[in-house]
Design a binder for this molecule. Structure first.
Ligand SMILES: CC(C)(COP(=O)(O)OP(=O)(O)OC[C@H]1O[C@@H](n2cnc3c(N)ncnc32)[C@H](O)[C@@H]1OP(=O)(O)O)[C@@H](O)C(=O)NCCC(=O)NCCS
Length: 169
């Protein structure tokens, strides 16, 4: 899906090559560690192409020069990386946009792309979890039509609540 024709400065596509996958993980590491959501040691263990690539497809937002400014992991059906999906649902994780690219619609375009992908996959819902202090993300999900599903919230072992959202088809 391209967003270049409407004046946007990025395109969304699958991370197909090893170098795409490395760039996606590097971006997610920079966002999650840089914003203070994940400790560097934990991120170094989990945010690796071989870990994320085994569980899903990375969608990336690229500048015309090829640099990656956003990424999201669209999990395969039954992926070992699923944390909130029920049978028949699809889940996304690790949405992140580089600080310098925020407020351009990159996050929205990545999530819209996942909504369309899950629709094509005949999912009953696209689900995800977020955290109380991820306020920009919560506005994004609400704007795109996700519903907050409080009765599916769960506790994370780091001491916060995983707040569940679902886009229902
Ligand atoms: C959440 C996150 C992915 C949003 O990415 P983003 O690319 O900035 O998102 P968007 O640009 O689509 O939307 C951000 C804002 O820009 C606005 N916007 C979008 N396109 C715009 C444009 N062309 N011109 C001006 N504003 C625009 C949106 O309306 C939105 O406004 P809001 O802050 O009032 O909600 C990003 O902030 C991030 O990486 N946060 C840290 C990690 C995180 O929280 N991840 C979520 C995990 S669940």
């Amino acid at each position: 899906m391209s967003h270049a024709s409407d004046g946007s400065r990025f395109t969304i596509r699958e991370a197909t090559t090893t170098s795409d996958q490395v760039a996606a993980c590097a971006l997610q590491f920079a966002v999650y560690v840089g914003d203070g959501y994940v400790e560097a040691e934990r991120a170094a263990t989990n945010l690796k192409p071989e870990v994320l690539g085994s569980g899903g497809t990375q969608l990336i937002a690229c500048r015309p020069d090829g640099s990656v400014v956003g990424a999201v992991l669209y999990l395969h059906q039954g992926s070992a990386l699923q944390q909130v999906a029920a049978p028949g649902e699809r889940e996304i994780r690790m949405l992140g946009v580089a600080r310098e690219a925020r407020g351009e619609g990159v996050g929205e375009a990545l999530v819209r792309s996942c909504i369309e992908r899950a629709r094509m996959d005949n999912a009953s819902a696209l689900v995800l979890w977020t955290r109380l202090n991820m306020e920009a993300a919560q506005r994004l999900y609400a704007r795109l039509g996700f519903t907050r599903i409080t009765d599916r919230d769960m506790q994370d072992d780091r001491g916060f609540t995983r707040m569940v959202y679902a886009y229902i088809y």
